[in-house]
Write a protein that binds this ligand. Structure first.
Ligand code: GAP
Length: 543
């Protein structure tokens, strides 16, 4: 799929706009237009319904060791700064960046790649930000330009090996930066904390300093005791939260994939330590299945277990659900969601102070005088099981998904092109979004075939009736073929047309977006038929 075509459709049809566009835009920030807002809301609502309100507290779902409860939370974006010290974000949530003295641009150290090339005794590491064949072609072009050669002289360059990360290079004097003309303009890598800083109240200076949350998870941990004390939940149970997170990404890119403001859908699932490996496997499989159920089937979706070296500072096991986004080089996948076994790291850190790993155990990090470097709340966040009479700190399984990345993946997967016959029977190019009916921004469009003979009145009545239950759209402008095309392009599963026979037999035409199949439905059955189709039930009436 050509990503440029999807990006252009998103802008043209009101799914996504660049933030602050009339002022030239702001890198890493995106606005959802009318249809994008509906789509993303549907993604979040599907998640909330499937993970929280639709979850049956009384029965164990397939693969789960036992029945469990799920409840929701909506915590603040700005929280006590000590939270980020104890969570580890204050010390550890950083990327390494390199600056270019010539282009004045900034790059993430781990995202710059390059190839070593030698010419007439001079050896240079020529960089690129692209991967695969594109990256190889770009470095070849840049090397020719650097040495003042033409395409026909390409064989005079001596290349060493494949594209490798800039992180493998020790001497930056030999590096040609991604936008530089001469080697040696990149600075040494420096740490850059990704949290946005702000100031609370009238206090100036560090006393009033606070951070915009870089994840919603910590709001859940610090409310663990409030939820246990107020909601009659018992372990095992999960707390879910959907909300904005902020990260000052050094190189936001790939449409909404890496943004500076984005939304997360996170669950912290609290369980007994001995059961935590079983719950980890349950959530890993359950979350993967959720994407499959909503249409991300096939080779582009995968579940990948992390190697030991990849695990975060707190994690005993992590798996990523990944999608082969079309903007990535062939064979590369981007993360949609991480499912992490976090042990008791978070609850203990908020009790005792920031923890660090020492051998196989976690201990409170201390300063030179042996005092905790970042003090915890001192509150007891353990859990008392009054059936077994055991007190313990629950272990946590965290399925953490990005609402924007999921929305983008659903859009990429849905984008289709095919040929359909036009009104004269000639083949016409068609673009359509094969979105799952639960995700489609508009569920049905209602048309009068022509703007006369009482057809608009019948169509408007159907529209008003359906509107009570579904997000539907009314359109009477232009040829009916054009109106179908406009709905296909935004993924509307069903078009309902009031036509000649409607006026005599009281039926309308239902048309299916994917199969183009048409069948007739009585006006009074429209609501029920649409509900059936959207639920994916077998069509009751055939053409
Ligand atoms: N609480 C754990 C946590 O935040 P993460 O892997 O850093 O883990 C979870 O983030 C999810 O949030 C990612 O899988 C991704 O979907 C989304 N996400 C993270 N950074 C993002 C960014 N800069 N832009 C868009 N989505 C992002």
């Amino acid at each position: 799929m050509d990503m440029d075509k999807l990006v252009s459709l998103c802008k043209r049809r009101g799914f996504l706009f660049q933030s602050s566009e009339i002022y030239g835009g702001l890198n890493g920030f995106w606005d959802y237009g009318p249809l994008g807002t509906e789509l993303k809301r549907n993604v979040k609502e599907a998640w909330w319904r499937d993970m929280v309100t639709g979850h049956d507290d009384l029965a164990a779902p397939p693969g789960a060791p036992e029945a469990f409860q799920m409840v929701g939370l909506d915590s603040t974006i700005i929280m006590h700064p000590q939270i980020w010290k104890c969570s580890g974000h204050y010390d550890l949530f950083h990327d390494f960046m390199v600056d270019c003295r010539e282009s004045k641009k900034r790059y993430r150290h781990d995202q710059v790649r390059g190839r070593w090339v030698a010419y007439q005794g001079k050896r240079v590491f020529v960089t690129t930000q692209s991967g695969g064949d594109e990256g190889v072609a770009e470095t070849a072009q840049r090397a020719l330009k650097l040495f003042g050669l033409r395409g026909k002289d390409a064989e005079r360059l001596a290349w060493e090996g494949e594209l490798v990360s800039l992180m493998t290079v020790a001497d930056f004097a030999q590096v040609l930066g991604p936008d530089a003309r001469e080697p040696g303009t990149l600075t040494e890598p420096r740490e850059f904390n990704l949290m946005f800083k702000t100031y609370v109240g009238a206090l100036s200076g560090e006393e009033g300093a606070a951070f915009l949350r870089p994840e919603t998870a910590q709001g859940i941990f610090v409310n663990f005791k409030n939820v246990v004390d107020s909601s009659r939940v018992s372990v095992p149970f999960g707390i879910a939260q959907v909300g904005k997170s902020f990260r000052n990404e050094i190189t936001p890119r790939n449409f909404t994939f890496r943004s500076r403001e984005f939304e997360q859908m996170e669950i912290e699932f609290f369980c007994h330590p001995t059961q935590s490996p079983d719950w980890y496997r349950f959530w890993r499989d359950r979350r993967y299945r959720w994407y499959v159920e909503l249409g991300l089937a096939g080779e582009r979706l995968r579940l990948r277990d992390h190697d030991k070296e990849e695990l975060s500072h707190y994690s005993c096991g992590t798996a990523d659900i990944e999608y082969a986004f079309p903007f990535l080089p062939p064979g590369e996948f981007g993360e949609l969601e991480g499912i992490a076994h976090r042990g008791d790291f978070d609850l203990r850190s908020h009790m005792e102070g920031k923890l660090v790993r020492q051998g196989d155990s976690l201990v409170v990090e201390t300063d030179a005088e042996g005092k905790p470097r970042h003090k915890g709340s001192g509150k007891d966040l353990s859990y008392y099981d009054d059936v077994t009479r055991e007190r313990y700190i629950p272990h946590v399984i965290e399925p953490s998904a990005g609402a924007d990345r999921a929305t983008l993946a659903f859009l990429c997967e849905a984008y289709q092109e095919d040929k359909v016959p036009d009104e004269h029977g000639n083949p016409r190019e068609r673009v359509f979004l094969r979105l799952h009916p639960r995700l489609a921004p508009i569920k049905a469009a209602v048309f009068p075939l022509v703007k006369k003979d009482g057809m608009p009145e019948v169509a408007q009545n159907i529209y008003r009736d359906l509107k009570q239950q579904f997000n539907v759209y009314y359109d009477e402008k232009g040829a009916v073929g054009r109106r179908y095309a406009r709905q296909d392009e935004v993924g509307t599963p069903i078009c309902i047309t009031v036509d000649g026979p409607s006026l005599t037999d009281g039926t309308v035409t239902f048309r299916d977006r994917d199969t183009l199949r048409q069948w007739r439905v009585k006006v009074e059955d429209c609501r029920e038929e649409l509900a059936k189709v959207l639920r994916g039930e077998q069509l009751a009436i055939s053409s």
